[in-house]
Structures are given as C-alpha cells and as structure tokens.
Design a protein around this ligand. Sequence first.
Ligand code: G4P
Length: 547
Amino acid sequence: MNTAPVTIAPTSIDSVDSEIGMEVDRRRNFAIISHPDAGKTTLTEKLLLYGGAIQEAGAVKAKRAQRSATSDWMEMEQQRGISITSTVMQFEYQRHLVNLLDTPGHQDFSEDTYRTLAAADNAVMLIDAAKGLETQTRKLFEVCRMRSLPIFTFINKLDRPSMSPLELIDEIEQELGLTTYVVNWPIGTGDQFQGLYDRRQQRIHLFERTGSHGSKKAANTIIALDHPEIKDLIDPHLYQQLLEDLELLDGIGGELDLDAIHRGKVTPVFFGSAMNNFGVELFLEAFLEYALKPTPHDSDRGAVQPTDPEFSGFVFKLQANMDPKHRDRIAFLRVCSGKFEKDMVVTHARTGKQMRLSRPQKLFAQDRETVETAYAGDVVGLNNPGSFVIGDTVCVGAKRRYPDIPSFSPELFAYLRNTDPSKYKSFNKGVSELQEEGAVQILLSTDESKRDPVLAAVGQLQFEVVQFRLNQEYGVETYLDVLPYSVARWVVDGWEAIEKAGRLFNTLIVKDRWSQPVLLFKNQWNLDQVKSDHPDLRLSPISIPPS
Ligand code: G4P
C-alpha cells in the first residue's frame, strides 16, 4: 500500500501557449467499469449533478436497463428505437472539461465497453463495499490493464453493511496485483458510518444521509482531526479506530507517485456513498488533479501529439437507431489531435476519400446538440450513412491511421441460419453491416461448404438483438444452431503455426474478419490441454488486427 498524505500541484502543462494546448490541458476523460448494481448509474448521475450538467439526479434513467428481462429490453428497443448502449456526457468542473464515456449497464453488451475503453484515457473502477471485487469488474479491469489505463477506485455504498476497508484494499492488492494509494478513509460503515477522513486535506467530512436518494447536493460539514468537540461529533470508539487506522496507513508509507498512477500500476482509492452524494465531490476533485490528460496516440506514422495542429481521430463505436423517428446511424469519433470544426473536410484514411463532417453532434442521454469545435479527449457523434466501420481514422494533412480496435474473446458461439434462401442477399448485407457496427463478432468456417456465419458474442442478448434487427431492418428470419464452445483464442503466428502444430484435439478452427485463424475450445480445461500439448503455439485472448 502506498499511503503517505501528499498534496500535489495540478498536472503540469507542456504547451499551454496555443489554443489547442490550453483546451487539451483542461480536458479529462474517463469511463466507469463495474459489476451491475454496484451503483454506476447512481455515481454517473451524481457526477453530473456536481458538474452542473443536470439540476436534479434521476435524469439518466435509460441506463437502468440492466435489471430488465430480455423481453423488456426488446420492447424498450422497439418503443424507443434506441439501443441501450453508451453515449458521452460532458461537463465542466472548476477549470476542467470532463468527458464521461458511458458504458452499457447490461453485461451482455460488454464488447461495447471494451471498445469504449479504447477511447478512454482513465478508468474509474466502482466497487460495492459489501461485495468487493465481482466478475464483471475483474474482466473489465483486465482490459484496462492491457491498455495500461490509469485506474481510480471508488468503493461505494459505505452507508450499508460493508466488508472492512482493510479487507477491501487487501483484495485489490492481492487479487488484481494493483498497488493502492488511499486518498480517503471511512469512519465506520453501515449504520455506524460517520464520515470520511480526507488524507489530501487532512480533514474529516461528516456523513449526513441526504434522503430522497440524494437528488440534490449534500450538505458538507468539514472538521479538523483535532477539533475540540470531536468526541461529541464522532463515536469515541470509531474515532479511536480512525486514529489507529491512520497510523497504520502512514506507517506503511510511500509517496504519491503520479507517474505510477498514470501507468496503471497504482490506484488511488476513494470511499463514499453515491446514493447519499457522499464522497462524490471529494472524489471528483482529487480525480481531476491526478487523472491523465489526453495523451499521444500511436499511429502508423508514429505517436501523434494531442496538441498536433492537424486534426485526427478514430471511430470507436457505431450506433444505429439513435433516433426512433429517423432510423439513422451515428459514428462516435474520439478526437486524438488538433481542432475539430463543424463542416470541416477530412480524409477518410481507409478509403483515401475526402469527406465533409457535417451535422456533428454531442449526445447527452437522449438530447442532441450540434458540436462546433472539439479537441483531443472529446467525442463527437458523426452522421454515418454507411461510411465508417469501427477503427476507421479520419484526419487532415498528412494521412495517418490509428491501429484497429481489437476484439476480445467471445464466450458464446452459434451458426446463424437463414430460413429463406431467396433472402440470401439481404441476409449477407445485414450480417456484414451488423458486424461492422460491432453488434456481434462474425467468424467463418474454414470448410468452404459451410457458408453460414458463426456468431460469436459475449452475452446472449447480443444474439437476440442481431436476430431481432435482421428481422426488423433487413426482413430476414433466422435461427441459431448453438455450438458447444465457450473460449476463443487467436493464433499469434497465423496459419503457418496451425499447420506446424498438426492435430489439435477438441478444437474448432475458424477464421475472423481478417481471415486470421481463431481456435474455439469447449472450456478452459481443453484450452489448457492444447497449450500443454503445443507449448510453441502462441495464443491470444484478443484479436490481432493486421498491421
Ligand atoms: P448500476 O448502474 O451499477 O447497475 O447500479 P445503480 O446505480 O442502478 O444502483 C443499483 C442499486 O444500488 C440501486 O438501488 C441504487 O439506488 C443503489 N445504490 C447506489 N449507490 C448506493 C449507495 O451509495 N448506497 C446505497 N445504500 N445504495 C446505493 P435499487 O433499489 O436497485 O434501485 P432504486 O430503487 O434505488 O433506483
């Protein structure tokens, strides 16, 4: 544990003399990763409340879909014509401009979260204090680790019976191998929860339940640790415990290492109760101080600085049917450099064509606003009449391409069968468009006689949405032949390595959209078996886009 209380200066600025430099410097962008029910919707609302983006919490209801049954979800999809997937919320707080990249609440759509993490500069790992680390959080944490994202931990629901704070910290350190840096520390939990000690400012924030789910900002009583009436304000036993805990934390030592935080090696840890608006502002203030501002992005022409005057960005997400009245598509573009301006003409790097970016939008829940300008770290919604696929780069000036966004191992596989051969063309068009949109991964058999695509998904709902949309949008009725596999691995050294390996037991060999080999295994045990039989066969849980 890395614990010494240190106050640091705001992140330094390299080139603030230009307009672009100043805009980049004040931007911070992040996505929240969590297990369903940990309080992501609640925390998002409260951050927006403190950021002044909403006046009263309760405005982001649409994201509550994770607890809906499939049928409710479908109905919702039909009624609103909206997919329950992420948008981006922007707000200003003090001198910063914050972009919160929202991710779907339903874990069946976590592929969407993986891609959103490709556009994020920081991640906030939200944990339920009663449950500790849960499966979905662990999975998403691994994706953050692969991307070396800085991770900020917010431990929520302290107003309810919780695991002990030390246990929670220990779990993060031991199970995720992540060093913690405690920024604030709880005084009691559950019915006994009395407040937080803020180690940055060395002060106590007294807890008050807000009532009405904290729709308004909480009152904030702040006192010094040696306040003369402390024993009247805090239970003496808990106060004593706090002093002991602080001694322990200080004893373990360690400096605040901002560089280690930015490399994703150390996580600053915060406690609080999002529902009661408690600890949210403390978190936001420290987060903005410690978080990574937009950083250089690797491209085929080397690293591109966010302050590079030539505009560039990449598409990380496509979204169909955002507006029920117009069955439209939006491409979400993460700006990586330069200044985005409405109606600007850019080069579409994959096709080499010039295109005008007209009607760019900022989407906030279900409202839209036209974007006039944007800078690195921002996300812009572009109208996409079929021009973009996920991973596309657009730029001005010297042509460059950002790397493709990899796919992560799906867990469910099924042949998708078309019931009506006369609809062959619509079927193929629908499958290919839904793949490009990232609704599902498509794998193909290596056996030419087996033409039906293999749908590969992270969750069952993805299958259902694909079938539903093929029916509604392309007029094609389909059925699924479920395959008995649950793990996919990409073969790092390609087809040659497969040939060299010879017979692979209990494995199905298929190819991905780049015709690269993918192995499907029934379970982890089969995968381990193949690994031990073929130690030279290098396998990857994420796809390897061609360079
Ligand atoms: P999610 O998006 O991560 O799935 O979680 P969400 O915010 O929807 O929160 C899940 C449940 O946890 C909600 O209760 C929410 O009110 C509750 N919750 C969130 N933060 C806190 C907290 O700090 N303390 C306590 N005690 N509860 C919290 P629900 O009963 O499922 O929904 P609702 O009726 O409250 O809306």
